[in-house]
Design a protein around this ligand. Structure first.
Ligand code: MSP
Length: 510
C-alpha cells in the first residue's frame, strides 16, 4: 500500500502585510510536501487562514467593513502570495468555511456532552493581539510574555476545557515520544515553563464580542479562536462528517510546521483536545525559528518590511525559497537582509550550481559536440566521486526526516561544490590535449553530468523552476526520485547554448 504523508502549516491571520518571515512556515512545508510527493508518498498538504477573533473584528471595524467582507478581501491576497511562491497546497482552508464551522461546533458540543468542557466564570488577563489568556504570574513586567503589549482584565461567563485532567497523560506521551516536539530545546521549554507549573483549565468561549463560531447550545458565546483554529487540521479532512475518507486516510498528521511562538498551542492545547476526542496525536510538531532583521522580528511597524512579491519579481521565486530555507538553521533564527539574499544568490546559486551546469555543458559541447556517454574508464578519484553521488539521496532523506532542511540543502550543495572541485582536480582542459585520454575525458564529463542530474532531482522540491531548467539543458528523462543513484548508460545530448540558471547580481541599496 502507498504510504501517506500529511503536513500542515499554521493557518495565517489574514493580513495585508505579509512579509518574508511569514513565508517561511509555508515554504518549508511546501518543500517537504513536494519532497514526499516525489518520493512516492500519497501526500496531503494543508494551509489556510485563521479568520475569527476580536483582533479581526476590530480591524474590520477600523476599515469600515463587516468582518467577513474584510477577510474575504485579504484572503485573496494570501492566495496570490502563495501562488507567487509556488506553494502546492491541497486545500486552503478558511475558518469561515461552512464545513469547518459546523465541525467545530460539533467538536465543542461533543466535548461539552462528555464533560471535558464545562461552564464557569472567567476572571483574568487577555492579550487581544495574541488572542491569549494569561495568569498574573505568567506576565513579564506586567505585559504579555509573547508580544510585550498591555493585557486587559476580563471577567465573563465562559466555558472551560479541562486541560488539568489530561496533564499526566500528555506528560507521559511527550516523555515516550522523543520526536513529538522538535527541536529538543522547545520540548524542554514546554515541559519546564508550562507543564511543570501545572496546567490550569482553559477558557474556550467568549461573550464580549461576536466574530467567532457560535456555541450551538448557548448562542451568546463564541468559541475561543485557538480551539477553532487548531481544529482546522481535522475539519479540513472531514472529521465528524459522512465524507470522512480523507480523515481516515491522512490523520494523524505526520508533521505540523509551526513558528516557535505557537508551539505551546500545538503541543499542549491541541494534543489535549485530541486526547479528549479520543484521536491519535500528530507524529511531530516542528517549532521553527524566525527570520529576523537586526535582532528584531520582521514587521511593518519596525519599518523592516517589504512585500515578499517584490523580492520574487526582482530575484525569482527559487532564489527567495532557497534563501529562507537555507538561512534559517534547524530551530534557530536566521537573519534577513536584501544584501544577504543577493550574497546567497551569488555565492551558492550562481557560483556553485549555475556555474557547474554552465561550464559542464560548455565542455560537453566543446569536446564532444554535446554528446556524452559513459566510457567506464575509472580511477580512484572518479570512484570516490561516484560514491558521493550514490549516497546523496539517503543523506538528504535523513535530514528531511529530522526536518533539518537547511542541512539537507547543505548536503546537496556539498555535492555541487565537490563536482566543481572534481573538475578543477581532473582538469578536463588538460586531458583534452591528449588524444589517448579521450575516453577518460568523456567518462569524467559523464560523471559530472550524473552529479548534475542527481542534484537536479534532489533540488526539485526546493527550487522547482531551476531544477526543470537543468533538465531542459541536459535532456534526460531520468529525472525522478527513483533515478537518484549513478546510472551508467545514459546517452547525454545537451543543449548547444546553455542559459545560465542564475545571473550574478551586483547589490545596490534602494
Ligand atoms: N493564526 C495563528 C496560527 C494558528 S494555527 C492553528 C498564527 N498566525 S500568524 O499569521 O501570526 O503566523 C503564521 C506563521 O508565520 C507562524 O508559524 C509564525 O511563526 C510565522 N512567522 C511570522 N513571522 C515570522 C518570521 N519573522 N519568521 C519566521 N516565521 C514567522 O500564528
Amino acid at each position: 500500500m502507498q504510504k501517506k504523508f500529511y503536513i500542515t502549516t499554521p493557518i495565517y491571520y489574514p493580513s495585508a502585510n505579509f512579509h518574508i518571515g511569514h513565508c517561511y512556515s509555508t515554504i518549508i512545508a511546501d518543500s517537504i510536501a513536494r519532497y514526499k510527493r516525489l518520493d512516492g508518498y500519497d501526500t496531503y498538504f494543508l494551509t489556510g487562514s485563521d479568520e475569527h477573533g476580536q483582533k479581526i473584528e476590530k480591524k474590520a471595524e477600523e476599515a469600515g467593513l463587516s468582518p467577513k467582507d474584510y477577510v474575504d478581501k485579504i484572503v485573496e491576497n494570501a492566495k496570490d502570495l502563495w501562488k507567487s511562491l509556488g506553494i502546492t497546497y491541497d486545500r486552503f482552508i478558511r475558518t469561515t468555511d461552512k464545513d469547518h464551522v459546523e465541525i467545530v461546533q460539533k467538536i465543542f458540543k461533543k466535548l461539552y456532552d462528555q464533560g471535558d468542557i464545562y461552564k464557569g466564570e472567567y476572571k483574568g488577563l487577555y492579550c487581544t493581539p495574541c488572542e491569549s489568556f494569561w495568569t498574573e504570574t505568567q506576565l513579564v513586567n506586567g505585559k504579555c510574555p509573547d508580544c510585550g503589549r498591555d493585557v486587559q482584565e476580563v471577567s465573563e461567563e465562559a466555558y472551560f476545557l479541562r486541560l488539568s485532567k489530561y496533564q499526566k497523560r500528555l506528560e507521559e506521551y511527550i516523555d515516550s515520544h522523543s520526536d513529538f516536539i522538535l527541536p529538543e530545546s522547545r520540548k524542554n521549554e514546554m515541559i519546564n515553563n508550562f507543564l511543570k507549573p501545572g496546567l490550569e483549565d482553559l477558557c474556550v468561549s467568549r461573550t464580549s464580542f461576536s466574530w467567532g463560531i457560535p456555541v450551538t447550545f448557548d448562542e451568546k458565546h463564541v468559541i475561543y479562536v485557538w480551539l477553532d483554529a487548531l481544529s482546522n487540521y481535522i475539519t479540513a479532512l472531514g472529521y465528524l462528517t459522512d465524507d470522512d475518507e480523507k480523515f481516515k486516510k491522512y490523520w494523524p498528521a505526520d508533521v505540523h510546521i509551526v513558528g516557535k511562538e505557537i508551539v505551546r498551542f500545538h503541543t499542549i492545547i491541541w494534543p489535549i483536545i485530541l486526547m479528549a476526542l479520543d484521536l491519535p496525536l500528530p507524529h511531530k510538531v516542528f517549532g521553527h525559528g524566525w527570520l529576523i532583521v537586526e535582532g528584531n522580528k520582521i514587521s511593518k511597524s519596525l519599518g523592516n518590511y517589504k512585500d515578499p512579491r517584490e523580492y520574487v519579481d526582482k530575484y525569482g521565486v527559487d532564489a527567495v525559497r532557497y534563501f529562507v530555507l537555507r538561512e534559517i538553521p534547524f530551530g534557530n533564527d536566521g537573519n534577513f537582509s536584501e544584501e544577504a539574499l543577493v550574497n546567497r544568490i551569488n555565492s551558492d546559486l550562481a557560483n556553485i550550481w549555475g556555474n557547474l551546469v554552465n561550464r559542464t555543458i560548455g565542455m560537453a559541447n566543446k569536446y564532444f559536440d554535446g554528446k556524452v556517454t559513459n566510457k567506464n574508464v575509472l580511477e580512484n578519484i572518479d570512484e570516490e566521486f561516484i560514491e558521493k553521488i550514490n549516497v546523496l539521496k539517503s543523506n538528504v532523506d535523513e535530514k528531511i526526516e529530522g526536518l533539518q532542511i537547511s542541512k539537507a540543502l547543505e548536503d546537496i550543495f556539498e555535492l555541487l561544490r565537490s563536482s566543481n572541485k572534481y573538475i578543477d582536480d581532473v582538469m578536463p582542459w588538460v586531458l583534452a590535449k591528449d588524444e589517448e585520454k579521450r575516453d577518460y575525458l568523456e567518462t569524467v564529463l559523464y560523471n559530472i553530468m550524473e552529479a548534475i542530474r542527481v542534484t537536479g532531482i534532489m533540488l526539485k522540491p526546493f527550487m522547482p523552476n531551476s531544477a526543470s531548467k537543468v533538465f531542459e539543458q541536459i535532456n534526460t528523462d531520468k529525472n525522478t526520485f527513483s533515478d537518484t543513484k549513478y546510472i551508467s548508460d545514459i546517452e547525454y545530448d545537451v543543449v548547444k547554448t546553455p542559459e545560465p540558471l542564475f545571473q550574478r547580481i551586483v547589490y545596490k541599496q534602494d
